[in-house]
Design a protein around this ligand. Structure first.
Ligand code: ATP
Length: 353
């Protein structure tokens, strides 16, 4: 096991720059997520680390070793793919034993490692089956087992749960977290699913268009998004983002936009941006219905059982609120809302201030 350090990594395909100077460092034993929208370069970063692609510039260290000159095999990295990539004609046992056989490990040691991994993954009773006789979730476990037996310095996961249905995905998330606790392995896990990222990651590297937008714990990304991209990407429903102007008078600081005026508590020197065009971000759960003085009208509701999503119109702005399921108003009704200052963020020229 070892940590991973990536410094100023760059990669183009032809004239198309895909990775534009990426730097981060995963301490040994931590579970990190590489998150971002489709096409932002996540898989390319994993393939560079695994040695399946060659970077144009930058360094990759696994532990103390600079691995760029090494072949994929020499890097001591195990990769688990979305597609499982199991051998259909081999049993579960043979699939898991395969990487050790390739290394000419002793039969006894192979047997011990395969059984240990099978126990860890709860697939001991499936060892004699072939992949076609397994469910999607069981196949994914075999693919993970095949990575575990190698005892690699580093695990790379590329969207390993995206072929599973929602219920199984939720279950496997818990299992993966538990597995990480038992193995204490260093993991870099690629996903475009923010729920996976928020629930699994010690830290998240959020990528967009080949550049890092923010590195931090799930809480940091949610509570202190460094820019508008992070603010909009993390959180469901999405943060309300209103464009307007700040102004101040003796009564305080106000945000004005499309017929809407919101009084703000001056936080972290927001007063300095008075007179400027800004974006105000408000988390849906910070819109407190029937508890304030900003007038609005209910346009549409979604009842998700444990919560209600309420679509509002305030002035010319559309605003989304996440509230409790006992909110009983109907579309067309007029009410007032207040704002919990904890869920309010201010952005100037795209960056959080
Ligand atoms: P997804 O979540 O959809 O898998 P991703 O974030 O993993 O996306 P990548 O697969 O890393 O994204 O691709 C990043 C960009 O690089 C895309 O625009 C893709 O088309 C391009 N790309 C990836 N591999 C190659 C290649 N071998 N040749 C040319 N372009 C490539």
């Amino acid at each position: 096991m070892a940590g991973l350090r990536v410094r100023e990594l760059r990669k183009s395909f032809g004239k198309n720059p895909v990775i534009e100077g990426i730097t981060f460092e995963i301490p040994e034993g931590e579970f990190w997520i590489l998150l971002g929208p489709s096409g932002c370069g996540k898989t390319t970063v994993l393939r560079l680390i695994a040695g399946l692609e060659e970077q144009d510039s930058g360094d990759i260290y696994i532990g103390e070793r600079e691995v760029s000159p090494l072949s994929p095999r020499e890097r001591d990295v195990a990769m688990v793919f979305q597609s499982y990539a199991l051998y259909p004609h081999m049993t579960v046992y043979e699939n898991m034993a395969f990487p050790l056989r390739m290394r000419k490990a002793e039969r006894r040691s192979i047997d011990e490692k395969v059984r240990m991994a099978a126990r860890l993954l709860n697939i001991e009773t499936l060892l004699q089956r072939r992949p076609r006789e397994l469910s999607g979730g069981q196949r994914q476990r075999v693919a993970i087992g095949r990575a575990i037996v190698r005892e690699p310095a580093l695990f790379l996961f590329d969207e390993p749960l995206s072929n599973l249905d929602a219920k199984l995905r939720a279950f496997m998330r818990v299992e993966l977290k538990e597995l990480h606790r038992k193995l204490g392995a260093t993991i870099l896990y690629v996903t475009h699913d923010q729920v996976e990222a928020m629930t699994l990651g010690d830290r998240i590297v959020l990528l967009n268009e080949g550049r890092i937008q923010q590195v931090g714990t799930p809480e940091e990304l949610y509570e202190r998004p460094s820019n508008l991209f992070v603010a909009a990407f993390i959180g469901a429903p999405r943060m309300n983002l209103l464009e307007g102007r700040l102004s101040s008078d003796p009564n305080g600081l106000f945000f004005q936009s499309g017929g809407l005026s919101i009084r703000l508590e001056d936080s972290s020197g927001w007063m300095d941006y008075s007179g400027r065009e800004v974006t105000l971000g408000i988390r849906p759960e910070a819109i407190l219905l029937d508890r304030g003085e900003i007038p609005c009208r209910v346009e549409h509701l979604e009842n998700l059982g444990s919560e209600k999503i309420v679509y509002l119109r305030a002035g010319e702005e559309r605003i989304v609120s996440k509230t409790s399921p006992d909110f009983s108003r109907k579309p067309g009704e007029v009410l007032e809302f207040g704002i919990d200052p904890k869920g309010v963020h201010l952005f100037y020229e795209g960056r959080r201030v």
